[in-house]
Write a protein that binds this ligand. Structure first.
Ligand code: 0X9
Ligand code: ZN
Length: 822
């Protein structure tokens, strides 16, 4: 049996050591890279925005209801039944600004099920902490009296912060009497507690004085109360692609300036000391704007701790524009308010505020900016475009890859979970945000990171949370600098166990970053020695390709890697240091211990808690095909499979597709106690027809305890109106278990979208080839001349050819080898 480790498929997010591409990239003038990038993105964006606007008009079956000070978009059961419906989606924008914190104020997390409940909670709270409703969940600050009223209502809630006033008072007292006493704070101490605007500005100056050769502090504009907005530029030489990090668009999010200051601090202190940082700054420049909203920040220290907006006098007695609703890309849309008193007031016009103007003009003046993160708190999200629409941007694959890479970098530091995804679908609609502009108008890969925590302390984070927050986000920032300044990102995967004597297929993703991709090839060999041979990859989508792995006998090891060539002539490899590192798979016969053809009832069930699809529920049938659903099952000589709703023969595209929610199909218990168990199945998944193409997904989850708890096995997002096989080593997800269950949750959540899924031929298998011969020294699946050569080369010494383990390669070992010949 192969070792478990050789069974593991290549992780897409395998550590990416800073690549040797650095040098080839560094020698190119940044301006040409940037303009190349900008024009490439501009052409892709032009078409996508036109089509997303058209589709949002086409699907505007919702109605705007404005009541009780809340602007609410309701698009629900009003949808015509021919188009798939959408669950009640509430996008709310609080109209009344937050008042001061009173005695007994709490923060509650509510689980809303209706607009009536949302309106009730909004009348009870002037301060929504989450700025939107996600899956019915939102956080609100409210008084003790309001809490009592809430408790008498039918709204489900939990108090997530008990005594807000006390938390704020403790923070104030602590910061008024810093333990550091006299003398400036520097180095690690600086990050032991929150720092006010004066301390941030002083520290910027200190960093510039520390490394005048590397650092430049500049003023990029002034706030509405005339405070300077400052930037720190960290550049080891000119002409490099640039990544910009900014913080504190929102005043009360105090961990945001701490985070970006830590990024500055570490880059400045470790350039020339730490090899990874030195290498990154050798090919990229970093600019940091720690406090975009200095007036608001100062005000949150001096007066109102929970102040969010800038300090514009709106003229109606209210104060402040939400800077993160004031950016001029699709300004004024969903998730922003026209009411000056609102916490999400967008201002009278796009870029009406000097703070957003300053940062915009700085972006425009620095053409080499290729990527950016705007830091906020709280919630632990890694958010990507768009905020104004649920449509996916043309560079969704790039943002997914970068977002997921940052999430794993964060996870690797302290194990914290930050969830990546597009703003509108992951969180809530938010128009006029900076990322929509930096991506939409500037073509930079753009993210908003919502820092810690997940609501336990919200904005009033204890100082003990600063160190872990800034440390994990430094690694996210470095990951972005690394990946966003490469010509292209290349990843690949294949099954970890391949069938004997059959050419298997590798899936490859080549995402253009600074450059476009002109060709992709796979290089492979059978065994662990000898030359690699090339085979061209075939494109299967905008960024996806497939290529064939060589056929090989039982127990062979196949080693492989992929390479892409870009328009400017760069060679990119995956793994990045291939062929020093390679991907590998083992050839073995997988013998099914479970073979579900679904031709008969074997105890699968439909329906899980939370299922709410009103049509297209999983059913075991001989399917009637549509353009979205299979006509035939997958089983050879079979007819039956599971599909999401049975249509009538000759039915249209949307015949019996999933509507209005989720439907879940669950397996019975299986025995996966063999640590090399492999689960495989054939799925059919279509989500690109209908009004909101590509927005829905199917969650495939596994349980190791008979269904008590579940974890994600894979999220299926890629549509294919064809049967596709998926395969997973169970041990990559669960400890060996006699209570393995798997479930398939397909959803229709996008407005008017058409989603169909099907499942057939699920197998649980264990490797069944005869044991490999130890004499197959090069692991190519047979004992032959190459192995004899390897044995002779080790003659008289120790080595892998010491088959009788007597410490030396001798005639006895040769005898063993010859007895295994063939
Ligand atoms: O609502 C916001 O502005 C952000 N959340 S926060 O709680 N920090 O206020 C989310 C911003 C989403 N991003 C953009 N639309 N740019
Ligand atoms: Zn914010």
């Amino acid at each position: 049996m192969p070792k478990a480790s050789t069974l593991r498929s290549a992780s897409l997010l395998a550590s990416r050591p800073a690549s040797s591409l650095a040098s080839s990239l560094a020698s190119r003038p940044a301006s040409s890279l940037a303009s190349h990038l900008a024009s490439r993105l501009a052409s892709r964006l032009a078409s996508s925005v036109a089509s997303s606007v058209a589709s949002s008009v086409a699907s505007s079956v919702g109605a705007f209801i404005t009541s009780l000070g809340a602007a609410i978009l309701l698009s629900a059961t009003l949808a015509p039944s021919s188009a798939a419906g959408e669950p009640v989606r509430v996008d709310s924008t609080i109209e009344s600004a937050a008042g001061p914190v009173g005695e007994g104020d709490v923060v509650v997390r509510v689980q809303l099920t209706s607009l009536r409940q949302l309106r009730l909670v909004q009348t009870l709270s002037g301060d929504m902490w989450s700025h939107g409703v996600r899956d019915g969940v939102a956080d609100f600050r409210m008084s003790a009296d309001a809490l009592a009223t809430l408790a008498r209502s039918d709204v489900r809630f939990e108090v997530i912060i008990e005594n807000l006033e006390q938390a704020i008072e403790l923070e104030r007292a602590r910061l008024a009497n810093p333990p550091e006493a006299e003398g400036g704070v520097a180095g690690a101490d600086w990050f032991s507690d929150f720092r006010d605007l004066a301390a941030i500005n002083a520290y910027l100056t200190e960093l510039a004085e520390l490394r005048p050769d590397l650092v430049q502090v500049v003023t990029i504009g002034a706030s509405i109360e005339s405070r300077p907005i400052r930037a720190i530029r960290i550049a080891a030489g000119p002409g490099k692609p640039t990544v910009l990090f900014d913080g504190t668009q929102h005043a009360r999010e105090w961990v945001s300036p701490m985070t970006v200051m830590y990024i500055a601090d570490q880059l400045v202190r470790l350039e020339g000391q730490d090899p990874a940082i030195t290498e990154l700054l050798g090919r990229a420049e970093v600019i940091i704007v720690p406090v975009v909203n200095p007036d608001g920040y100062q005000f949150s220290w001096d007066d109102t701790r929970l102040w969010r907006k800038n300090r514009r006098l709106n003229g109606d007695g209210s104060i402040g524009v939400d800077l993160n609703r004031n950016w001029g890309y699709q300004w004024g849309g969903e998730g922003s308010s026209a009411s000056p008193g609102s916490e999400t007031y967008r201002g009278p016009a796009p870029f009406s505020e000097p703070e957003t103007q300053a940062l915009r003009d700085f972006f425009l003046a620095n053409e080499s900016i290729v990527a950016t993160i705007d830091f906020h708190s709280y919630g632990q999200w890694i958010l990507s475009p768009w905020g104004f629409t649920s449509a996916l941007p043309p560079d969704a694959a790039l943002h997914d890859e970068l977002g997921e890479s940052m999430a794993s970098a964060i996870d690797a530091v302290n194990g914290a979970t930050y969830t990546p995804g597009p703003i509108y679908t992951l969180l809530y609609p938010a128009s006029g945000g900076s990322v929509d502009w930096t991506y939409g108008a500037r073509g930079a890969a753009s993210f908003t990171i919502e820092l810690r925590d997940q609501g336990q302390n919200g904005f009033i984070l204890p100082p003990s949370q600063i160190a872990p927050t800034v440390a994990e986000n430094l690694d996210a920032a470095l990951t972005l600098v690394d990946l966003s300044t490469r010509p292209a990102l290349l990843t690949a995967s294949a099954a970890s166990v391949l069938s004997p004597n059959v050419a298997a297929v590798a899936a490859i993703e080549a995402i253009p970053v600074l450059d476009s991709v002109t060709s992709v090839a796979l290089r492979s060999r059978v065994g662990t020695a000898g030359p690699f041979t090339s085979s061209a990859a075939t494109p299967t989508g905008a960024v996806t390709y497939t290529a064939s792995l060589p056929a090989a006998p039982c127990n062979a090891v196949i080693e492989w890697y992929v390479e892409a060539i870009t328009a400017l002539g760069d060679l990119v490899r995956f793994p990045a240091d291939a062929p020093a590192s390679v991907l590998s798979a083992t050839v073995n016969e997988l013998a099914p211990v479970v073979d579900e053809t679904f031709e008969s009832n074997t105890g699968w069930t439909v329906g899980a808690p939370g299922d709410n699809a009103t049509a297209g529920v999983w059913i075991r049938v001989d399917p009637n095909g549509t353009s979205a659903q299979p006509e035939n099952d997958h089983t050879t000589n079979g007819t039956i499979c599971f599909v999401t709703g049975q249509g009538s023969p000759g039915g249209g595209d949307g015949a019996a597709d999933i509507d209005n929610g989720t439907t879940t199909l669950l397996s019975p218990n299986y025995d996966a106690t063999d640590p090399e168990s492999v689960i495989s199945y054939w799925i059919w998944y279509s989500n690109t027809l209908g009004a909101s193409p590509g927005q829905d997904s199917m969650r495939i989850e596994v349980s190791g305890n008979g269904g008590s708890t579940w974890q994600l096995l894979e999220l299926v997002t890629q549509s294919a109106t064809a049967w596709v096989q998926r395969e997973h080593l169970v041990a990559d997800h669960l400890a060996p278990t006699s209570q393995l269950r798997v479930r398939f949750a397909a959803s229709d959540l996008g407005a008017g979208s058409l989603v169909e899924a099907a499942l057939d031929d699920l197998r649980l298998s264990v490797p069944a080839c005869p044991p490999a011969s130890p004499a197959d020294l090069d692991q190519d699946g047979d004992v032959d001349g190459a192995d004899l050569g390897a044995l002779l080369s080790q003659w008289g010494g120790p080595g892998s050819a010491d088959l009788d383990s007597d410490g030396v390669v001798t005639g006895a070992d040769l005898g063993v080898l010859l007895s295994e010949w063939g």
